[in-house]
Design a protein around this ligand. Structure first.
Ligand code: FAD
Length: 470
């Protein structure tokens, strides 16, 4: 016989959407149960954001050391090339994941959230059954927060298994593949492709569109393209992955190229990164009477679904599929359930690509401003003119900061950057947008010298027509 539990708030999924919702609900004194079928932390912490950034960091350290072999740079050289034990790198990454996973468990406990480990299957909108290690448990709740997340999209012609891998397996390989073919030039494919190139893999990237990182404009993406070229990454654009074959003992990706030809790309691994889709199967969503918006669960601006007191957040509800969006929605829903008045109405949701160099985008891109009929003035400051960038040997990668401000009232509507370390500037960018800053607000803010933030100040000065250092 199943144990039966009742609760005020039931959260499904322990990713950055679900665990944040549960902690906030617990903090607000709401009786809360969280159910997770895999490991606390979800995609982001266990097989996404955190592991990928750890591997990217290790790859960059290795590349920097490899570049210093022989003649070296600025007086630093290595006599021998550095050695890489990728298995050890993965164990280091697993250690970080383990710490954060335990941390989430401790935070849930501190907030008095009951965490159940097992796969939840709903029989109706407010009742699910979980197969826990102690047997089946039935949970019914007044409020249900769905934070089931997403899973990688598979290509029928390249079913995952063996040498054909998704980002999950790529982040747990025992050795760096000698030859890696990446299918899909979105941010996950590029981040991982670049990291493996830095660690010595021969990397080929195949993309069906005729450009990489299609969410960004050409100018922003150019420094990344330049890095790929210089690093010897082969790029096949407007090319389609048709499948794989084993021929004369060699495994290869079959690709239809732009000119109508067909080529084999020999590879030890094929990494498929063609997107992610919301996880809507095999947990009884069809029994909950919620409405759908395409593949996603449909929500309003408070993350309410069509079923009363069933809420949905994170990757399950749509783009952008980013951890910080999921967390912001989770926190908000917990507060609404506790009686606070909240709506999800951010000015913008910033996004970062941890490529080489990094890209940040917050707010409108130039084409988006144009589409909305906003007359903008643009300020651009190149890192080649930033003292701080030069002191970090980061001035020659083509990086820059770009600010878009309305011509009429100088309100800043978009900020983008490409360059080394720019991910850490994203906080200032989004704060400026969320606070409704006009160019004069940033111009009158004293920025620390020497830091990369000065380049933001300068690009804003440029929108006012009086940048100092350019
Ligand atoms: P998830 O993190 O997917 O969590 C959902 C959880 O629900 C899972 O743990 C799953 O096991 C559980 N679950 C689902 N159904 C059930 C059920 N029926 N019963 C029990 N448990 C269930 N985002 C960023 O913002 N920055 C990055 O740098 C970044 N890098 C990424 C790199 C990679 C390689 C990948 C794959 C993703 C990356 N992302 C990044 C995206 C980010 O991981 C997701 O946007 C984020 O994890 C979504 O959070 P979520 O809570 O909606 O879902």
């Amino acid at each position: 016989m199943a144990t039966t539990l009742t609760t005020k708030v039931l959260v499904i999924g322990g990713g950055p959407g679900g665990y944040v919702a549960a902690i906030r609900a617990g903090q607000l004194g709401l009786d809360t149960i969280l159910i997770e079928g895999d490991r606390l932390g979800g995609t982001c912490l266990i097989r996404g954001c955190i592991p990928s950034k750890a591997v990217i960091h290790a790859a960059s350290v290795f590349k920097e050391m490899a570049d210093k072999t022989g003649a070296g740079a600025f007086g630093i050289s290595l006599k021998e090339p550095p050695a890489l034990d990728f298995g050890e790198t993965i164990r280091w990454k697993d250690g970080i994941v383990g710490k954060l996973n335990a941390g989430v468990g401790a935070l849930l406990k501190k907030a008095k959230v009951r965490a159940l480990m097992g796969w939840a299957v709903f029989s109706d909108a407010k009742t699910c059954t979980v197969e826990t290690s102690d047997g089946p448990t039935r949970v019914s709740a007044e409020h249900v927060i769905l934070a089931n997340g997403s899973e990688p999209v598979e290509l029928p012609s390249l079913p995952l298994g063996g040498p054909i891998i998704s980002s999950t397996e790529a982040l747990s390989l025992e050795a760096v593949p000698k030859r890696l073919a990446v299918v899909g030039a979105g941010y996950i494919g590029l981040e991982l492709g670049i990291a493996f190139r830095k660690m010595g893999a021969e990397v080929t990237i195949v993309e069906a569109l005729d450009r990489i990182l299609p969410l960004y404009d050409e100018k922003l993406v150019t420094p990344v393209k330049r890095w790929l070229e210089r690093a010897g990454v082969t790029l096949h654009l407007a090319a389609t992955a048709l499948g794989s074959r084993q021929q004369r003992g060699e495994f290869a990706l079959i690709v239809a190229t732009r000119d109508g030809g067909e080529i084999d790309i020999p590879a030890d691994n094929i990494l498929v990164t063609v997107g992610r889709r919301p996880r809507t199967q095999s947990w009884g969503l069809e029994n909950m009477a919620v409405e759908m918006a395409g593949p996603f669960v449909k929500i309003d601006n408070q993350c309410r679904t069509a079923m009363r007191n069933v809420w949905a957040i994170g990757d399950l509800v749509g783009e952008p599929m980013l951890a910080h969006k999921a967390s912001a929605q989770g926190e908000m829903v917990a507060e609404i359930i506790s009686g606070k008045r909240r709506t999800f109405d951010p000015v913008a949701i910033p996004a970062v690509c941890f490529t080489e160099p990094e890209i940040v985008s917050a707010g409108l891109l130039p084409a988006e401003a144009k589409d909305r009929g906003i007359d903008i003035v643009t300020g651009i400051f190149p890192f080649a003119a930033s003292g701080r960038a030069l002191t970090m040997a980061a001035g020659d990668d083509g990086g820059f900061i770009r600010v878009l401000a309305r011509r009429d009232n100088h309100r800043i509507v978009g900020i983008q950057a490409v360059g080394a370390h720019v991910s850490e500037l994203s906080g200032e960018f989004i704060l400026a947008l969320e606070m409704g800053a006009v160019s004069e607000d940033i111009a009158d803010t004293i920025h620390v010298h020497p830091t990369l933030t000065e380049a933001f100040h300068e690009s804003v000065l440029q929108t006012l027509g009086h940048a100092i250092h350019i």
